[in-house]
Design a protein around this ligand. Structure first.
Ligand code: 3HC
Ligand code: NAI
Length: 678
């Protein structure tokens, strides 16, 4: 079947793409567009052209599966130049998402109309790229540099309303009448001179204020740290203000080609597919009917319970939250309300939305109120005895057919399930803190968890905006299990003489938001501390005994000034030196490379073990966990993809050099020259 067809509506030729699922601009689509335009130009009875798509969306961009392969068929940029050169008006009729190359198609059209729900954007930076079909040159000419910069550099799409406001589209048309309205709009343009978005130089805002680029860089420095594509995007947009369109396109191409062949883009494209692969659950019957989830129960209104509940409330699903004591319940629901109100203050939601969310929350001290819930998530203290007690109780109260989930961080989900008479309805749903913010959800598959439960939780995760990854049942599952060796190495390193701030700096330089000691200071070193200054068995206890609780005390591992800038502390150094000397640890200095290897290679080794034991379905799932749950830098593709880029033989040699264990599965994969990713 052809992916492009044309329809003649009297004097308007409509070029229709139909390339499911997202009308990606693969070779056949590009060829079809070129043929369609040629047909329009060669037919005197055609006075105007409309380009639209069948299916769920306008072109969602270049076909990412073609990247890295030899180019086939017409180049998109040239096809679009040809289209724009037409003297017959060409109108893009947009629904769904006009993204990347799709947005560039729209930009090369002389006019754009869209339905209200449409979104337009240039998300290439999220794949470590910049637009490659003149998007960086046409967009600023159409909407000005100030509007173009965030779109190109950050890659977030904008709504049709916003697009109309900044002049990216010309008209909003009816959702049901897009095709007809676009034809009518095209007819209105017949005989008028066509506007071309490659004409002239970019609008004058950047000329009036040349510092616009530097200001933008500074304002966004934190979010863009470590990424190569955003800087290239800034340079490409800048080029649109400096010279001819042709020069700008040339500059864009140079930057695009360089990024496309780089490691960051390969890593981020890997991640794009990894995130989608993570949705797929191995060995389940995909035809299994889902369990309708119309009401959720949460047990425990502490740090996690409140955040977990908010996810469902925000999605319009009523939640019953249970606590043991009224004061804990009030505290928990108070925190939830404050979080919502803060979002409202920041303009992320309206006052009515806050009330709507809180209005479907039922706080209670009575477990009986959970009886009619379709899903109950337990978030009480991390203790097997307590969890088993809670699950036994739930089993007797909650209706049959409902899902019983635990938010445990480390505990055995099968043992928890054994406290019930329905282990097939028990699953781990491991949210990350803060649970209303963090995207990751580890879904722990117990030995008996049913297909219906797994498929329902996966669908529900999507509904509440989470990225779910299936993990097998083992201590710490995927994420925390891999965190353990990193934490052990961090502690070992400082005992052997490495500077603790170097340990943090190595991870920050690598792209993590912070290192383990900074994290300790942020969370509070006294979390879980027994408050007995005379019992000092670890460095952390010694820090607490000295009042070094962390940022809140103005001192922890580091000393903090009023602006919370950290400086290494002599007192902390002395404490560490004292422990090291008592343990008889020989001291030496460490290079940053050595520290990085000691921290990260053991994680790769643990990842290999997790994979070999079948506790992760695929290596890319591990990448998804670490990027979304622990701040592993996206531009490296996650720990397993990163290991591939380092070279598995290098990782094995490094582990051996540092006297660290090497799992057989890692060793044999390295010896066979195999990678984790395809
Ligand atoms: N190329 C190839 N496959 C794509 C694709 C693309 N551009 N976009 C989506 N797909 C595939 C997905 O991999 C998925 O495949 P699967 O079903 O086998 O897993 C399927 O289409 C459906 O995608 P989603 O699950 O993501 O569907 P959603 O409805 O949730 O989201 C979307 C739709 C918003 C369009 C989202 O898929 C998306 O953001 N796509 C990528 C958009 C993008 O980055 N475009 C820019 C590409 S780069 C470019 O255009 C360069 C140019 O400047 C030259
Ligand atoms: P928390 O101590 O902040 O909250 C636990 C709440 O449960 C308390 O308010 C307590 O009163 C309540 N509770 C205890 N027993 C109860 C019972 N029988 N019935 C009703 N309520 C009861 O603990 P937090 O941090 O929220 O942890 C909860 C669970 O989530 C633990 O299993 C933990 O391992 C897990 N987890 C914690 C994360 C974190 O960063 N804090 C991250 C991911 C998971």
């Amino acid at each position: 079947m052809s992916v492009i067809r044309t329809e003649k509506h009297d004097d308007v030729l409509v070029i229709v793409a139909d390339n499911p699922p997202v009308n990606a601009l693969g070779a056949k689509v590009r060829q079809g567009l070129v043929d369609g335009i040629e047909q329009a130009l060669g037919d005197d009875t055609v006075k105007a052209v409309v380009i639209r798509c069948d299916g769920r969306t306008f072109f969602a961009g270049a076909d990412i599966t073609e990247f890295g392969k030899a180019p086939v068929g017409p180049n998109l940029g040239e096809a679009l130049d040809k289209m724009e050169a037409s003297d017959k008006p060409v109108v893009a009729a947009i629904h769904g998402t006009a993204l990347g190359g799709g947005c560039e198609v729209a930009l090369a059209c002389h006019y754009r109309v869209a339905v209200t729900s449409a979104r337009l954007g240039l998300p290439e930076v999220k794949l470590g790229l910049i637009p490659g079909a003149a998007g960086t040159q046409r967009l600023p000419r159409v909407v000005g540099v100030a509007n173009a910069l965030p779109m190109v550099v950050k890659g977030d799409p904008i709504s049709a309303t916003k697009a109309l406001e900044i002049g990216l589209i010309d008209r909003i048309v009816g959702a049901q009448t897009l095709a007809a309205d676009a034809i009518a709009f095209a007819r209105e343009q017949i005989g008028k001179p066509v506007p071309r978005s490659s004409a002239g130089t970019a609008q004058q805002d950047a000329v009036r204020d040349p510092s616009i680029f530097d200001t933008f860089r500074q304002q966004n420095a934190r979010g863009l740290r470590g990424f190569e594509a955003p800087e290239a995007a800034i340079q490409a947009v800048k080029a649109s203000t400096e010279g001819s369109y042709a020069d700008g396109v040339k500059r864009e191409r140079e930057l695009f080609v360089k990024l496309m062949s780089g490691t960051q883009s390969a890593a981020m494209r890997h991640y794009f597919f990894a995130e989608r692969a993570a949705n797929k659950i191995d060995n389940v019957d995909a035809a299994t009917p889902l369990i309708p989830v119309n009401k959720v129960g949460v047990i425990g209104a502490g740090t996690m319970g409140g955040g977990i509940a908010m996810n469902f409330l925000s999605a319009g699903i009523p939640v019953t939250i249970v606590e043991m004591q009224q004061d804990a319940l009030d505290r928990g629901t108070g925190v939830m309300r404050r979080n919502y109100e803060n979002s409202a203050k920041r303009g992320r939601m309206t006052g009515e939305q806050v009330e709507a969310a809180m209005g479907i929350l039922q706080p209670t001290l009575n477990y009986g109120d959970l009886a009619d819930c379709d899903l109950v998530i337990e978030a009480v203290f991390e203790s097997m005895d307590i969890k088993k007690e809670v699950f036994a109780k739930l089993d007797g109260i909650v209706k049959q057919g409902a899902i019983l989930a635990s938010n445990t961080s480390y505990l055995d989900i099968d043992e928890i399930a054994s406290a019930t008479r329905r282990p097939e309805f028990v699953v781990g749903l491991h949210f990350f803190s803060p649970a209303n913010v963090m995207k990751l959800l580890e879904m722990v598959r117990g030995a008996k968890t049913s297909d219906a439960v797994l498929l329902t939780c996966m669908a529900l995760a999507k509904k509440i905006g989470k990225i779910a990854v299936v993990a097998g049942n083992c201590p710490g599952f995927i994420g925390n299990r891999m965190l353990t060796p990193r934490q052990q190495q961090a502690q070992a390193l400082i005992m052997e003489g490495a500077n603790y701030w170097d340990v943090d700096d190595v991870l920050v330089d690598f792209g993590f938001p912070m290192g383990p000691f900074q994290m300790g200071d942020l969370a509070g070193n006294d979390v879980g501390w027994h408050r007995d200054p005379s019992r000092v068995e670890t460095v952390r206890e010694a820090l607490c005994a000295a009042g070094r609780f962390g940022q809140k005390a103005g001192k922890g591992w580091y000393d903090y000034d009023e602006a919370r800038n950290r400086t290494p502390s002599d007192e902390t150094r002395a404490i560490i030196a004292d422990f090291a000397s008592k343990a008889g640890k020989p001291q030496r200095s460490f290079t940053k490379d050595e520290i990085r290897e000691r921290l990260l290679y053991p994680m790769v080794n643990e990842g290999a073990k997790i994979l070999a034991e079948g506790k992760a379905q695929r290596a890319s799932d591990i990448d998804v966990v670490w990027i979304n749950g622990y701040g592993w830098p996206l531009f490296t593709g996650g720990p397993m993809f990163w290991a591939d880029t380092v070279g598995l033989d290098t990782v094995v040699a490094g582990l051996e050099r540092h006297g660290l264990p090497v799992d057989e599965s890692l060793r044999s994969r390295a010896a066979a020259g195999e990678r984790f990713s395809n």
